[in-house]
Write a protein that binds this ligand. Structure first.
Ligand code: UD1
Ligand code: PEP
Length: 426
């Protein structure tokens, strides 16, 4: 297994380009199952989850080709399999996203219960309940969701709680269902809007994406389209936090400032000077130490849980005390234990982490436990004195496009140490 070795101390300086968003690219790739004409997708990030998804769709019989590393061409073809097998999707949460499209277009799906980051129980009851309300027969047995439907029909779906992939699955299914669907208490995440815009480009009739009430009028067929995936707001935010923690100055280009309001607000509170352009964000810390901030994660447009670990890292070296309240996932403080090993003064009380900033973290061997925990540890390593060795970075490779090259280009001393049989990890 590959590891990352980071020598802390260098301020991040310069310009870095945001990649396409993992959490938009994955549902959009799943949605190509709905199209009956060629699709070309641009701005696909180079990530392990993307490769897994391409392999999954390929094994089902879909014809996909990856060009220049970031463009995917899909030719319409009848599928030969409607299964997402456990051995392939066990590492990836987003595999659940093929359920809605397979049912809506082919009337059958056998999808392994998804894996992904171990940050909580993460049930998929809302996906299943919604599809049942649209006429599907669904059994969960042997770790698989086995679903069948003649043709899905529209329904009024009231989501018990806000679910991003739940909303996305139901949105895709409703696009080809018979009649009208209303999704109430829908997720408002920008990635849901991106998926809706892609579906609309294919010919879907969707109104209200980005609000908590999405209205879909099912159509008979969906055609082809060319579409550019939105930039990754979480990757963008991660680089900005890195700049804030190291007292540096970084401009992230090819990004979407409008999707990062809550994060930018917290960075300003931490003392950063932020300049927003049309598609760029510049953060200048002018060598200052950040001030600790209070964070409360919640569905968009509130503060994203996927930025929580990075702000935990920031608070760990900030001036003062900051509390972090995690309301989305019940087990998303795994990074705290590792940061404590680096000298962070963080106490966990239920779903609140109370961080008292220390002057300096000290390097230690640490273990990445999930994707954003890994990102938090990388940021901690950038400011720790000495050499931090991060193990199990396959989590990081699921969601960050070449993070060590991008951070190196900003002046960080970071390098990958290939493990035995390497290359396969990335
Ligand atoms: C691939 C992808 O886009 N992943 C993102 C997506 O995950 P994901 O879509 O899995 O997260 P959800 O929005 O569904 O989860 C929110 C909460 O709802 C619960 N829940 C969800 C579905 C369900 O059927 N039943 C249920 O109880 C979950 O356990 C969690 O506590 O949104 C999360 C919340 O912004 C992000 O952290 C993930 O990066
Ligand atoms: C939790 C995440 O990913 P996933 O839902 O794919 O596990 C994430 O992107 O932070």
């Amino acid at each position: 297994m590959d590891k990352l070795l980071i020598t802390g101390g260098a301020p991040l300086q310069g310009q870095v380009r945001a990649s396409g968003a993992k959490n938009a690219a994955l549902p959009i790739l799943a949605a190509t199952l709905l199209a009956d004409a060629p699709v070309t997708l641009g701005n696909i990030p180079r990530l392990r989850d993307i490769r897994t998804t391409l392999e999954l769709l390929g094994r089902m019989g879909a014809s996909l080709s990856l060009e220049d590393g970031c463009r995917v061409k899909v030719q319409p073809r009848e599928l030969t399999s409607f299964a997402a097998p456990y051995e392939l999707v066990k590492t990836m949460r987003a595999s659940i996203l093929v359920l809605g499209p397979l049912l809506a277009r082919y009337g059958q799906a056998d999808v392994s219960l998804p894996g992904g980051c171990a940050i909580g129980a993460r049930p998929v009851n809302l996906h299943i309940d919604g599809l049942r309300a649209m006429g599907a027969e669904i059994h969960v047995e042997g770790g698989y969701i086995r679903a069948r439907a003649q043709r899905l029909h529209g329904a009024r779906l009231v989501m018990d709680l806000v679910s991003v992939t739940g909303t996305e699955n139901l949105l895709m299914a409703a696009s080809l269902a018979d009649g009208e669907t209303l999704i109430e208490n829908a997720a408002r995440e920008p990635e849901v809007i991106d998926l809706a815009e892609f579906l609309i480009a294919l010919g879907a009739r969707i109104e209200g994406a980005g609000t908590d009430r999405i209205h879909v009028q099912g159509v008979e067929r969906l055609g082809g389209a060319r579409y550019e995936v939105m930039p990754d707001r979480i990757e963008t935010g991660t680089f900005l936090v890195g700049a804030a923690m190291t007292g540096g100055c970084v401009t992230v280009t090819h990004t979407r400032p409008d999707c990062l309001d809550a994060v930018l607000q917290k960075l300003r509170e931490a003392g950063a000077e932020i300049t927003v352009g049309t598609d760029s964000i510049r953060l200048d810390m002018q060598g200052r130490r950040p001030r600790a901030v209070d964070i409360h994660t919640a569905p968009h447009p509130a503060f994203p849980t996927d930025m929580q670990a990075q702000f935990c890292a920031l608070n760990s070296i900030a001036e003062g005390v900051g509390t972090i309240t995690e309301t989305i996932f019940e087990n998303r403080f795994m990074h705290v234990l590792e940061m404590q090993r680096m000298g962070a003064d963080i106490r966990i009380e239920g779903n609140v982490a109370i961080c008292r900033g220390v002057e300096r973290l000290t390097a230690a061997p640490v273990m990445a436990t999930d994707l954003r925990a890994s990102a938090g540890l990388v940021l901690a390593g950038l400011v720790a004195s000495g050499e931090t060795l991060i193990d199990r970075i396959y989590h990081l490779d699921r969601g960050y496009d070449n993070i060590e090259a991008k951070l190196s280009s900003l002046g960080a001393a970071i390098r990958r140490i290939p493990g035995a049989g390497t290359g396969a990890n990335r």
